[in-house]
Ligand binder design. Structure first.
Ligand SMILES: NC(=O)C[C@H](N)C(=O)O
Length: 310
């Protein structure tokens, strides 16, 4: 069954005008990740490349296209985790870089720490030779428009959150059976400066363990952290549940216990995979055995030959 890569582009409600772009974005990033795996590359290389492509795509709430905080600025969170060693790297509230996931990987590979935040993360990025990019290059007209809407009296940013979330993430198993995950986000709309969500927290925004599987999550970060959603799903898998059943159990628990909706992508060591959500939509795609699978609404599952260019 190996290798496999499964990708999400955020749980929530994708406006009609952006639905096609979201699906196209996750599909092309999934192809890129799968090509790495097919060429014998590692699951870590595959998830970092996949998520990097989504960070560079302005349609998603990660990297360029990130939502703005209450001050109209961008602070991003990202996480990678290696299922072989249980090593992880994360950055939180990082500014002025294009690809927080690559920086998270450097935290894992080049430091003895698991997470660097804010100005310390920026200093580390400079030391690693990562170019600084102007804030303006990360802000899209769409994210600025939504920020303004939510500053208006009577606006409800929390409700609007559920509108379009757009966090991105990927899980993969490579030909050697090594498992990895990566998750990246601009966080939630009009958040307080310094707010850190679930994404960079291992066990919440993602988790990977070669012995169990991997999960990358999306949804309201404060809710995901309350139930440590990624690790909860892996716990259900340890109890014998399939990737699909475990994902649904985790999401159902978050809904019943803290009243929040979300989505996940999940793999197990054999290469079984699932893309599950209880929000209205989640753009997702998976690639395995030269077939691309993708969907946006509940129950939707299209397939395409990966040799087919479109
Ligand atoms: N769109 C998302 O998934 C948001 C992210 N989980 C956060 O709360 O930061």
């Amino acid at each position: 069954m190996l290798p496999v890569v499964v990708v999400h582009g955020g749980a929530g409600h994708v406006p009609r005008t952006r639905a096609e772009l979201s699906t196209a974005g996750v599909c092309s990033a999934t192809r890129a990740g799968y090509n790495i795996l097919k060429g014998g590359g590692s699951s870590m290389d595959a998830v970092v490349e996949t998520v990097t492509q989504l960070e560079n795509n302005p349609v998603f709430n990660a990297g360029c296209g990130s939502v703005l905080n209450v001050k109209g600025e961008i602070e991003m969170d990202a996480l990678v985790m290696d299922g072989k060693t249980l090593g992880s790297g994360a950055v939180s509230a990082v500014r002025n870089i294009a690809n927080p996931t690559q920086l998270a990987r450097l935290v894992m590979d080049q430091t003895s720490h698991s997470c660097l935040t804010a100005e310390g993360a920026s200093q580390f990025a400079r030391a690693m030779g990562i170019p600084e990019v102007p804030l303006e290059s990360l802000i899209t007209d769409y994210s600025r428009m939504r920020w303004k809407e939510n500053l208006a009296p009577g606006a409800n940013p929390v409700e609007c959150q559920m509108g379009k979330m757009g966090t991105v993430g990927a899980v993969a198993v490579d030909t050697e059976g090594n498992i990895a995950c990566a998750t990246s986000t601009g966080g939630i709309l009009n958040k307080m400066e310094g707010r850190v969500g679930d994404t960079p927290c291992i066990g919440s925004g993602g988790y990977a363990d070669n012995n169990i599987g991997a999960v990358s999550t999306t949804g309201h970060g404060e809710a995901i952290m309350k139930v440590t959603l990624a690790r909860l799903i892996l716990f259900h898998m340890e109890q014998g549940h399939s990737v699909e059943a475990a994902s649904d159990l985790g999401l159902a628990h978050m809904k019943s216990r803290v009243g929040s909706l979300g989505g996940v992508v999940t793999v197990d060591p054999q290469g079984h995979w699932a893309a599950r959500f209880n929000s209205l939509q989640m753009a997702w795609a998976a690639a395995q055995k030269d077939t691309l699978h993708y969907g946006l609404y509940t129950g939707e599952h299209f397939t395409q030959d990966l040799d087919d260019p479109h």
